[in-house]
Design a protein around this ligand. Structure first.
Ligand code: FE2
Length: 379
């Protein structure tokens, strides 16, 4: 891979991960969308998420409707405003469909808010208790990049289906799981020169450490240029790679995102499966579109990654990519954007030891993205 020369970035000082913000996992991801009812149908019947909970006019929610879907440990909340004006419409108008909240499961939402705001996080809302007949939860929120927020969710005294205010939701129609298990990582795109600022935010304000990986350096190529660093919390359950655009021969895919999303935001959600061949076969059968690398990728890939358990033929047929690091290998594939603007997409990943993020595939991937950008006239 040809490395471009860049202005040196200031080195950031990243402390060891501290435990002032213990995170139990990703609680849920909330997307603001234009039509939550139809988005819910898409995530159920294309992606295999089961319906879980609902709030709307029928449950006393006058100004917005939310559908909650779940597949194993992944919970999505799809929210649409019911009237004109207000922050939800502002979000939609500015960004199109996209992720608003990355909610983190904690043992103590008040302490999480206090620890982060005292280190410089901007509060979205102070700790508040919500109750219903199933118990109580404590929620608090802080800002991160763009209009994205983190919500801390403390649910140890709650045994309802989702959160107070939501009713169980059991629509007609069978939903078949596709074997998606948990969120492996969620990637943010931030603006020019902002990567280190946000890495420092996660280090200082949230106690994350920069993950030692093959991706933690300048990964610009002669193709689409970007830089990326990976921040991880102490127990490794939460991993947030952060990208910024870089000057290259062509317009950066990150810049295209920032242009269409009108700022920083979540670029992709990587979801893990134990059987990527089965998962992706079914997703493709259901019409989900993936980036495709040229068939020549498979002519030499095993020279690069060595022996793998899977037959190459189905990987080639489906377009699944392979990469290896010191600890093992991984299989991954990326969808095309799943919204109208060329912004958010998904990654399907199966880890077989590897803890990195697929750097060896970047060149082939960026060329595939470039072909898509060229079709959009945004290269
Ligand atoms: Fe990824």
């Amino acid at each position: 891979m040809t490395m471009e020369q860049h202005t040196p970035q200031p080195e950031i000082v990243v402390p060891e991960a501290e435990d002032f913000l213990p995170l139990l996992g990703t609680d849920h991801v909330e997307l603001i969308v234009g039509n939550a009812k139809q988005s819910a149908y898409y995530y159920m019947h294309a992606w295999g998420f089961q319906p879980l909970a609902y709030k709307g006019l029928e449950t006393g929610s006058a100004d917005s409707v939310s559908y909650v879907l779940r597949q194993d440990k992944i919970t999505l909340v799809l929210t649409t405003p019911l009237a004109a004006g207000g922050p939800l419409n502002d979000h939609l108008n500015r960004h199109g469909d996209g992720v608003k909240a990355v909610a983190l499961w904690v043992d103590d939402a008040a302490k999480s808010w206090k620890e982060t705001t005292s280190r410089g996080a901007v509060s979205v809302f102070a700790p508040e208790t919500r109750e219903d007949e199933h118990g109580k939860v404590v929620l608090s929120g802080i800002e991160t990049y763009g209009d994205t927020i983190h919500v801390f969710v403390e649910r140890k005294h709650y045994n309802g289906v989702f959160l107070p205010g939501y009713a169980a939701w059991n629509p007609a129609g069978e939903v078949q799981s596709l074997g998606l298990k948990y969120i492996d990582h969620m990637v943010g795109n931030v603006g020019w020169g902002e990567m280190n600022t946000w890495c420092q935010f996660y280090a200082k304000v949230m106690g994350f450490a920069q993950l030692v990986s093959f991706d933690d350096k300048d990964i610009s190529t002669e193709y689409t240029a970007l830089m990326s660093k990976v921040m991880s919390n102490g127990n490794g359950r939460i991993k947030f790679p952060i990208n910024e655009p870089a000057e290259g021969r062509k317009k950066s895919q990150i810049e295209e995102y920032i242009d269409f999303y009108q700022g920083a935001g979540i670029q992709h959600i990587a979801v893990a499966t134990d059987n990527i061949i089965e998962t992706v076969t079914e997703l493709q059968r259901r019409g989900i579109e993936f980036l495709q690398v040229p068939g020549t990728y498979y002519d030499t890939v095993l020279d690069r990654v060595g022996e793998i358990d899977e037959d190459l033929a189905p990987l080639r047929k489906l377009g699944i990519l392979i990469d290896r690091d010191d600890e093992g290998y991984l299989l991954q594939i990326f969808t095309k954007p799943v919204v109208d603007r060329p912004t958010m997409f998904f990654e399907i990943i199966q880890r077989k030891g590897a803890q990195s993020f697929g750097k060896g595939n970047f060149k082939a991937l960026f060329e595939a993205i470039e072909r898509e950008q060229s079709l959009r006239g945004t290269l």
